[in-house]
Design a protein. Structure first.
Length: 115
């Protein structure tokens, strides 16, 4: 449940969730955690040129380690939805790298209730 109150994090009047944090701050906190986790990993992998950048949560720049969020729609980031290799320019270090996208679909069905 949410309502308009002052966000505990940004001190702006916004719709906040039960924990007192607005949606914008929740997104920022999520990105900060992702970046911190990767920064910690990247420090350990700096000397290894082949460190693992596989992820299903974010796109990792192999040059600087920046974690690019993937919560965009198709119009904004089609490369994460289209199978194949795509050249990406890192918004942090501006180097170009190849994003290898592997798309997979699966389905499950069940009977309608009452049948």
């Amino acid at each position: 449940m949410s309502c308009v109150k002052t966000c505990k994090r940004c001190n702006k009047k916004r719709w906040v969730w039960a924990d007192g944090i607005c949606g914008t701050c929740h997104q920022e906190m999520k990105q900060e955690k992702i970046q911190k986790d990767f920064d910690d990993f990247y420090k350990d992998a700096e000397e290894d040129e082949t460190f693992d950048t596989w992820s299903d949560e974010f796109v990792i720049c192999p040059h600087c380690g920046y974690a690019i969020p993937t919560d965009f729609g198709y119009e904004d980031f089609p490369e994460i939805y289209e199978d194949g290799d795509h050249e990406i320019d890192c918004p942090e270090c501006e180097n170009t790298f190849v994003l290898e996208t592997a798309v997979s679909y699966s389905w499950e069905t069940k009977k309608k209730e009452g049948e």
